[in-house]
Design a binder for this molecule. Structure first.
Ligand SMILES: [Zn+2]
Ligand SMILES: [Zn+2]
Ligand SMILES: [Zn+2]
Ligand SMILES: [Zn+2]
Ligand SMILES: [Zn+2]
Ligand SMILES: [Zn+2]
Ligand SMILES: [Zn+2]
Length: 555
């Protein structure tokens, strides 16, 4: 064990002779030297290993061989009473030193971090409660869907748990979330549904709970619709059979007289057939009184054929045989209708299911959309913070310029044109300071002049701005400001900067302490440089005009 003395709360405080002169703590594994001094084993070994071959107390020579373990003192120390180091957190245990380490392993008042890494620090005795009741990272079971998750994600899960009961938007009845779409599609009494005779022509759309009443009160209408559909079906098949018999050249008057209907009307004419069917259908649409459509059945045999596209079998020649077949055909036509009805029902179920699926997909999309919206908001906030940082950076630049500020006006021609057309007659420079803790000001420039210099001169002014140090500066501002329009002639000694020195006039509003973000009144020159001079010189190069201001506050 490589440790210095015991840093514990002894009760009572041991005598000085039990203290190690090196670490000033109570001796751990005491060693006695031949010169009669005692040290912790680890302390004195380190001392000697560091090359100090002398006793730290009396400077007499000391080597490894000149020390021995003081077991008597060790026993004495180990049986001294100490207080548990967790006394501050509430442990009142006081016991012999030799038992203290064992106690520390299990002391209920020992602080430790939650093993789930929730970053909570708690007493050992509270750990079980924490893990079971409070830890945000404990795993919990959703009592609805039985999915296991961390407690901290439970709140989010509640909002989407597919097995939770939520009220239906329409009927307010509690329904399992994942079954909502199905509920609306199949049972919700307030969902709007189509009459099941919709395909046959009843276009009623009402709440499901009203449907039963509708079905009862509209029996006659529904029957009428069904009948019309049936007639159309029959006629359609007849047309098929006529077409097929005409092409095979088999038509005979004898066969056409066979019919199960009374009165029998014989017609081999295609047009007449179509008219009959249309008449029956329009009768219903107009709300005309119920009537049995007159049906012409030139060839009833064809009813036994399942689909309109199938070709009919060859026509029987014998009349008596034909009649007996007709009865059987009547039965198979009702089967045909059953099949048709069955397939309608199946299609309806299929559509309900796909509606449920779509509603579910819609819910998922909505959830994803909400997430995106949240991310977007976060990003916007981050962007705003960045913008603030950039602004404060450019502010620093204005402070560090130490009163000498150079302003580059790029896109000169376009800005000049904007000034000429009145779109934007004035532009301001970024703010700058006369020194780090000094006056804050900016330049203002009318590229096409102002007032009586409009169209003739470039005008340049200085404006004072509200600054951070206004309280400790003296007002009105006194001093000089040197303004220049810089000549950018490539040959340095031919440059003729247009320089003007402006001396403050303390009486003027322009030099008073600003009471608005930027003083409305400025001070400068309306006729700084004639525009035609500017246009025919090297003041504007690369479509850029450069202004300079140098501030000299009076000291
Ligand atoms: Zn000594
Ligand atoms: Zn020591
Ligand atoms: Zn304790
Ligand atoms: Zn925890
Ligand atoms: Zn759940
Ligand atoms: Zn409902
Ligand atoms: Zn209906």
């Amino acid at each position: 064990m490589n440790k210095e003395g015991y840093d514990l709360d002894f009760e009572p405080t041991p005598e000085n002779r039990y203290e190690c002169p090196i670490c000033l703590l109570i001796l751990r594994d005491p060693m006695q030297t031949v010169c009669g001094h005692r040290f912790c084993k680890c302390c004195i070994e380190r001392w000697i290993n560091d090359g100090k071959g002398k006793c730290p107390i009396d400077n007499s020579d000391l080597t490894d061989g000149q020390m021995f373990p003081d077991n008597f003192a060790k026993r004495e120390i180990l049986s001294m009473k100490v207080r548990c180091p967790n006394r501050k957190s509430g442990c009142n245990t006081c016991l012999e030193l030799k038992h203290i380490e064992e106690h520390a392993e299990s002391c209920p008042y020992h602080y430790q971090f939650c093993p789930n890494n929730c970053l909570s620090q708690l007493l050992r005795k509270d750990l079980d409660d924490h893990l079971q009741e409070q830890c945000s990272k404990r795993s919990v079971l959703c009592s609805f869907c039985e999915e296991s998750m961390l407690f901290e994600s439970y709140g989010e899960h509640e909002i989407i748990c597919p097995a939770r009961m939520v009220p239906c938007d329409l009927c307010k009845e509690d329904v399992m979330r994942e079954k909502i779409a199905e509920h609306v599609a199949t049972t919700c009494p307030h969902a709007t549904v189509k009459c099941c005779f919709f395909l046959l022509g009843c276009h009623k759309e009402i709440k499901r709970e009203k449907m039963e009443k509708h079905m009862k009160s509209h029996v006659q209408k529904h029957l009428q619709l069904m009948c019309c559909a049936f007639v159309k079906l029959l006629n359609f098949q007849n047309i098929e059979s006529i077409l097929s018999s005409r092409t095979s050249g088999n038509t005979s008057t004898q066969n056409q007289t066979e019919s199960i209907h009374d009165p029998i009307e014989i017609s081999g004419d295609l047009t007449a057939l179509l008219q009959t069917a249309e008449g029956a259908a329009s009768g219903v649409a107009d709300g005309a009184p119920w009537r049995v459509p007159r049906v012409t059945l030139p060839n009833v045999r064809s009813l036994s054929i399942a689909g309109p596209t199938t070709k009919p079998p060859p026509i029987e020649r014998s009349t008596s045989e034909g009649k007996s077949t007709n009865l059987a055909d009547g039965a198979s036509s009702s089967e045909l209708f059953d099949t048709e009805f069955q397939s309608l029902k199946e299609r309806n179920t299929y559509q309900d299911e796909s509606l449920a699926r779509h509603s579910h997909e819609l819910l998922e999309l909505q959830y994803k959309y909400n997430n995106l919206e949240r991310n977007h908001k976060d990003l916007r906030q981050k962007m705003r913070a960045l913008e603030d940082k950039i602004n404060s950076l450019s502010d620093i630049e204005g402070r560090l310029c130490n009163g000498l500020f150079v302003w580059k006006i790029k896109n000169y021609l376009q800005r000049r044109r904007e000034a000429e057309t009145g779109e934007m007659t004035v532009i301001h420079s970024p703010p700058f300071y006369s020194n780090f803790y000094g006056y804050k000001l900016c330049m203002r420039c009318n590229l096409n002049g102002v007032d009586f210099s409009v169209g003739r001169h470039l005008s340049v002014f200085i404006h004072f701005m509200q600054g951070e140090w206004d309280d400790i500066l003296s007002w009105p501002f006194r001093g000089k400001i040197v303004l220049s329009v810089l000549d950018q002639n490539p040959v340095a000694d031919q440059r003729q900067h247009a320089v003007e020195t402006l001396v403050s006039k303390p009486m003027l509003a322009a030099f008073q302490r600003p009471t608005t973000h930027r003083n409305h009144k400025g001070f400068g020159y309306m006729e700084y440089v004639p525009l035609d001079v500017l246009d025919n010189s090297t003041y504007v190069v690369n479509d850029t005009l450069i202004l300079k201001a140098q501030v000299f506050p009076e000291v």
